[in-house]
Design a binder for this molecule. Structure first.
Ligand SMILES: CC(C)(COP(=O)(O)OP(=O)(O)OC[C@H]1O[C@@H](n2cnc3c(N)ncnc32)[C@H](O)[C@@H]1OP(=O)(O)O)[C@@H](O)C(=O)NCCC(=O)NCCS
Length: 186
């Protein structure tokens, strides 16, 4: 996959023009890479944390607070990690968990703010769906903050449909569960 040579914003007021680089999605298997994944999640979910006023007290399980230990545990329990690399830089992540009976969950989808709006998020979701299809999956679910309408509409564009909205005592927001049925090879 080759993306446009759009200069991603690196810091407020600064741009760094990246040469046209191939973007690839690779499975992350090395234990040493997990630390990078935790850092990527922390940075990427800052925007969501600020938007919805989340902190370690009101939402300790939030993805921005997933440390290396939590991610290692996830991996040991069988989750697959896929990273989107812009050149050598890991700019995005998605994890896939098998729930059984052809059902999979996508979690930890994140793209670093400086690399957003270049199609990486869509490419990660499509890669994960292709993986689930190849594993003979039948349906794939995601959970998101129900109030995040931009994100919800984006998932709808990718083919997900809303299944249910749930409130939990331990969460300061309601969770919307969306699902996509896998029909054919992607
Ligand atoms: C959701 C996310 C992965 C999309 O990554 P991306 O690489 O920008 O995705 P794409 O380039 O394929 O698509 C961009 C589209 O994402 C949609 N989008 C989803 N969430 C968005 C958000 N919080 N802010 C802006 N756009 C968002 C917009 O429709 C955008 O369209 P645009 O480029 O025309 O403005 C990225 O915004 C992100 O990491 N958000 C924070 C973490 C998060 O919310 N993860 C999802 C958990 S369920």
């Amino acid at each position: 996959m080759e993306l446009p040579a759009k200069p991603p914003w690196r810091r407020a007021g600064l741009t760094r023009c990246l040469a046209r680089r191939p973007v690839c999605i690779k499975e992350i298997t090395a234990k040493g890479e997990i630390r990078k994944c935790a850092r990527l999640l922390r940075k990427s979910f800052q925007t969501v944390r600020r938007q919805f006023n989340l902190n370690r007290k009101n939402c300790p399980g939030f993805a921005a607070f997933s440390g290396r230990d939590r991610l290692e545990e996830l991996k040991e329990n069988g989750a697959r990690f896929f990273g989107a690399f812009w050149g050598r830089k890991m700019a995005g992540l998605i994890t896939v968990e098998k729930a059984g009976d052809g059902h999979y969950y996508l979690e930890k989808l994140a793209v670093l703010p400086a690399y957003r709006h270049n199609g990486l998020g869509k490419a990660l979701v499509e890669h994960a769906l292709a993986y689930c299809t190849a594993e003979r999956g039948k349906r794939v679910s995601i959970g998101l903050i129900n109030e995040n309408t931009v994100l919800k509409n984006w998932y709808k564009q990718l083919g997900f449909v809303e299944k249910e909205v749930k409130a939990y005592d331990h969460l300061p927001f309601t969770v919307c569960y969306m699902e996509i049925a896998l029909h054919k090879e992607r």
